[in-house]
Ligand binder design. Structure first.
Ligand SMILES: C[S@@+](CC[C@H](N)C(=O)[O-])C[C@H]1O[C@@H](n2cnc3c(N)ncnc32)[C@H](O)[C@@H]1O
Length: 256
């Protein structure tokens, strides 16, 4: 590790211990979640329901892990699918340059598969019309339905490095079932990113029209899952780096 990288790691660790920084991050998360700030952004033209910090974290993670398959639950408008597809396109491009090979954009090597219980027609049309659509597969159905899981598993065949993002129904039971079903698909060294764990840190009753709340959300599911699955660990360095994230304690690394 060079001096600059060392300095960055030390600063991230120090930021993570800094109570003022952490509280400022929490205060911003509370206020901005109330204001539906996560709906303010787009990635290459498609609305993405994320915070910019998590988008940058995903960029760093995808570059580091170099997956050849990303599986996402929760498509909505398709922004996160397009983000993943764009990073995978960049990896294919960089591989071609490094290996002095010709790149055939009609035959993308790395792919994304997205699952959603309700792919709205206008979203499907826009995603299918996107220039990156030929590396995206979409499956409609509940992410934990056996027939959906069978299709997802089929997409993992022959893949070397698989990364998973869970961002669908945010109840404890649903996310725990997703973790049990999707985490085994994650290859060692890669990640299962579980979004919206921040619900646990919001004031109780913040989501009156939703079934999730404090005590029943992705973070409670992650904690239950980790008790039974020592092959996964929270990557705390990402939390300390971001400080503002909808996925605190949700960047799960498969360590073996
Ligand atoms: C927060 S949005 C996804 C946002 C998207 N990942 C992004 O970053 O732009 C949640 C999505 O999960 C979907 N969803 C809800 N319950 C689901 C289930 N049981 N299985 C699959 N998808 C589900 C909803 O239809 C909705 O589109």
């Amino acid at each position: 590790m060079n001096d600059f990288q060392q300095e960055v790691r030390e600063r991230i660790a120090a930021n993570g211990r800094d109570t003022d920084m952490r509280e400022a991050g929490q205060a911003f998360l509370r206020l901005s979640a109330e204001q539906r700030y996560s709906y303010n952004f787009a990635w290459l033209g498609r609305p993405i329901i994320q915070y910019p910090q998590d988008m940058v974290a995903m960029q760093e993670l995808i570059w580091r892990v170099r997956p050849d398959l990303i599986i996402e639950t929760g498509i909505a408008h398709g922004g996160s699918l397009i983000l993943s597809a764009s990073m995978l396109a960049m990896l294919d491009y960089c591989d071609a340059i490094e290996n002095k090979q010709l790149l055939d954009p009609a035959q993308p090597r790395r792919r994304v598969v997205g699952v959603d219980i309700d792919i709205r027609a206008h979203n499907r049309t826009a995603i299918e019309a996107h220039p990156l659509a030929n590396r995206i597969d979409m499956i409609q159905g509940s992410s934990i339905a056996p027939e959906v899981l069978e299709q997802v598993r089929h997409h993992t065949e022959g893949r070397k490095t698989v990364l998973v993002c869970l961002d669908s129904n945010h109840t404890h039971d649903h996310v725990l079932a997703e973790l049990e079903a999707y985490a085994p698909l994650v290859t060692p060294g890669s990640y299962c990113v579980t979004f919206d764990t921040l619900i646990e840190d919001m004031p109780r009753g913040s989501y009156p029209d939703r079934p999730w709340d404090v005590g029943n959300n992705p973070k409670t599911a992650v904690r239950a899952f980790l008790k039974q699955h020592p092959e996964f660990e929270v990557d705390w360095e990402i939390d300390h780096q971001l400080l503002v994230s909808v996925a605190p304690e949700g960047y799960l690394k498969r360590v073996r």
